[in-house]
Design a protein around this ligand. Structure first.
Ligand SMILES: N[C@@H](CCC(=O)N[C@@H](CS)C(=O)NCC(=O)O)C(=O)O
Length: 221
């Protein structure tokens, strides 16, 4: 399998499948395409070789591309059923799917006002009323998952699942913008930050030096 990703510092969508595969111990080859910019728009030069959709991430399995992080997660879960990448319990699994879908299609204020920037530190930036509404909802999701399904470990459904990979970039954003969280949500962030795959991704981001203006609204260059 080949996983095509963007810049580790900035590509929140790429982080999800990478963390999922790495944390689960699934082997893959990594191809990194660095972001470009054209007329103020983010581009991914070279992506046309892998996907007509023009975006990262893409997972290539036996020559067949699967694009979009949610499709990748579902495909990987189906190929490795023994790893239980979705929670084993049907109610928990339905809940996990719902919160991943909510992440996939929502939280536009957090995404737009607090772009993922692992190396950056911009405390307090991007905190509009709308962003705070997204933050409150995310904290409520995490707290409820921990209470209802998290007894087997420190993550949303106890052990690591697709849901944690899905929310890992949000944890990175909350760190960059020093977002204040209730204790259960803060403890969850710390559990995510201590995952081996997350540490490795962060190390990769720190080794990069590209500056992507699109994702740096709070830095002058
Ligand atoms: N819904 C897609 C979103 C992917 C996405 O927007 N990726 C960004 C980088 S993080 C991208 O490739 N942008 C390039 C473009 O929009 O041309 C997913 O879940 O994979």
């Amino acid at each position: 399998m080949v996983l095509v990703i963007g810049n580790k510092n900035y590509s929140s969508w790429s982080m999800r499948p990478w963390v999922l595969l790495r944390q689960a111990g699934i082997e893959f080859e990594e191809v990194q395409l660095k972001f470009g910019e054209q007329q103020g728009r983010l581009t991914v030069p070279g992506i046309e070789k892998y996907s007509a959709a023009g975006k990262v991430p893409v997972l290539v399995i036996e020559g067949e591309p699967v694009w979009d992080s949610l499709a990748i997660a579902e495909t990987v879960a189906e190929r490795f059923p023994d790893l239980q990448l979705w929670p084993a319990d049907a109610k928990a699994r339905a809940h996990a799917r719902a919160i991943c879908a909510e992440m996939h299609s929502g939280f536009q204020a957090v995404r737009g006002n607090m772009p993922m920037n692992i190396r950056g530190r911009h405390p307090g930036k991007g905190l509009t009323a709308e962003t705070q509404r997204d933050i409150d909802r995310i904290a409520a999701i995490w707290t409820q998952c921990r209470e209802r399904f998290g007894s087997g470990g420190p993550l949303l459904f106890g052990r690591c699942t697709i849901a944690d990979a899905y929310y890992a970039p949000v944890v990175m954003r909350f760190q960059t913008y020093a977002v204040k969280l209730p204790p259960a949500a803060q403890a969850y962030c710390e559990a995510v930050l201590s995952l081996k795959a997350v540490r490795e991704w962060i190390d990769g981001a720190r080794r990069e030096s590209e500056f992507v203006a699109e994702d740096e609204p709070y830095t002058r260059k």
